[in-house]
Design a binder for this molecule. Structure first.
Ligand SMILES: Cc1cc2nc3c(=O)[nH]c(=O)nc-3n(C[C@H](O)[C@H](O)[C@H](O)COP(=O)(O)OP(=O)(O)OC[C@H]3O[C@@H](n4cnc5c(N)ncnc54)[C@H](O)[C@@H]3O)c2cc1C
Length: 391
């Protein structure tokens, strides 16, 4: 008998879960509160573990095809345009940069249209020994299990774990998306420039299109300016070319401001027939480029756990044991890196820059993959023969 799931949230985590469940023979209903499922925001980078998780969903090759290789991990610069580290002359960078909307669309196309219900807001979840029911804005729905992929402010998490409100990390960012056809003089290969308590990241996300992110400290969340582009320019206006030109050329409508929060460490990601996934479970600082990656890993791991036992609470306990230590460790590391790169990290940034200056680029090319191996070398679990062979 086909078993059924309710997935709350149609973001990257929720859609990846729907695809993973389909691959193990389940059916699912994705309930999304916004009227039309679409991803907003600029871009993101996909690390090797994220692409391998997409491989397990049968989507890795398509992600590679629509993303752009980026050297942002190797092309490290100072504000005056000097190079702390150079990328290698040849080879393939470890990261792929991609427009959020394109990644989201890739996932969306892989989910059966009949599984998606939009404009539905889930307000409550309750369960017994045999099933679980969600109450939503249009009624109720019952299934064998619920996956709460409802994001950083997850109402389901707050129902299960009252008081787990996201914590502001005293860190804010401007994100921009820019058509670069007027910048023929610049080769956009990806870069990271770090200065005193702030950084500027550039990823190519398509031919003639880049995503940029400017991060810095903030005393409080929700501080907004009438002109966010001007506010960003005040921070990097005297940084090396082409940074000021890029900010200046970005249409105001393509600049987003986000305040960085994280979800406090949860004691478990599983409660009987309900599992928390993605940002709902472990929203983290963006400084390891791992939030979306971890939500896709979560989805594959959760589906694999369901293939190993028919007992859903037991499968979810295994999912929790596999996912919580890893994601909470990554969140901690990301928070530390974020702190170093922004606000109180003035000394830390200078110290890091000084240290990086002393490392030959060739040494960096060798040590970076080793240092990142615990993160990047993740291998997807077996989806019981349903998944495409992982690369
Ligand atoms: C500045 C920044 C840069 C980042 N860069 C990277 C990167 O380079 N690489 C990377 O891997 N990650 C990155 N991330 C992290 C990544 O964006 C997130 O971790 C990821 O998008 C989380 O996906 P999700 O599906 O868990 O949550 P969300 O995308 O938040 O989706 C949750 C969905 O649930 C819906 N929802 C909420 N409540 C309800 C309800 N009650 N009923 C029904 N639906 C509901 C919402 O409308 C939403 O569609 C970055 C994050 C930030 C802030």
């Amino acid at each position: 008998m086909t078993r059924s799931a309710i997935i709350v949230g149609g973001g990257i985590g929720g859609l990846a879960t729907a695809i993973a469940l389909q691959r193990i023979g389940w059916t699912a209903t994705v309930l999304e509160r916004v009227p039309a499922i679409a991803e907003v925001g600029a871009g993101l980078s996909l690390s090797p573990n994220a692409v391998r998780a997409l491989d397990a969903l049968g989507l890795g090759d398509r992600a590679r095809a629509i993303g752009m290789p980026t050297w942002a991990t190797h092309n490290l610069r100072t504000t005056d345009g000097g190079h702390l580290l150079h990328p290698p002359a040849a080879g393939t960078p470890p990261l792929i940069a991609i427009r959020r909307a394109r990644l989201h669309d890739l996932l969306l196309q892989a989910v059966p249209a009949s599984w998606l219900q939009t404009g539905i807001e889930v307000t409550d979840v309750h369960q017994d020994d045999h099933s679980v029911t969600v109450t939503h804005s249009a009624g109720e729905l019952t299934a064998d299990l619920v996956v709460a992929a409802d994001g950083i402010h997850s109402p389901i998490r707050q129902q299960l774990f009252p008081g787990t409100v996201p914590r502001f990390l005293h860190y804010t960012a401007w994100l921009g998306l820019l058509n670069t056809s007027a910048f023929k003089d610049v080769d956009f290969i990806g870069s990271m420039t770090s200065g005193r308590g702030r950084y500027f990241l550039i990823h190519p996300v398509a031919q003639d299109q880049i995503y940029w992110a400017l991060g810095t400290a903030a005393d409080a969340p929700a501080i907004r300016h009438d002109d966010e582009r001007l506010a960003a320019l005040r921070l990097v206006g005297d940084w090396h070319d082409p940074i000021p030109r890029l900010v200046d050329a970005t249409p105001a409508t393509d600049i987003r401001r986000v305040d960085i929060h994280e979800v406090p460490r949860l004691p478990t990601y599983a409660a009987g027939r309900v599992a928390l996934l993605g940002d709902a479970a472990h929203a983290m600082s963006p400084d390891r480029g791992q939030g979306a990656a971890q939500s896709i890993e979560d989805a594959v791991t959760l589906a694999a756990a369901l293939t190993r036992t028919p007992d859903i609470p037991e499968a979810f306990r295994h999912y929790d044991q596999e996912r919580r230590p890893r994601t909470q460790r990554i969140a901690r590391d990301a928070r530390r890196t974020g702190r170093q790169m922004t606000g109180s990290g003035i000394t830390a940034t200078l110290a890091t820059n000084g240290l990086l200056r002393m490392i030959p680029s060739s040494t960096w090319h060798r040590i970076l993959p080793r240092a990142m191996a615990p993160l990047w070398a993740w291998q997807p679990p077996d989806l019981g023969g349903h998944a495409a062979k992982a690369k």
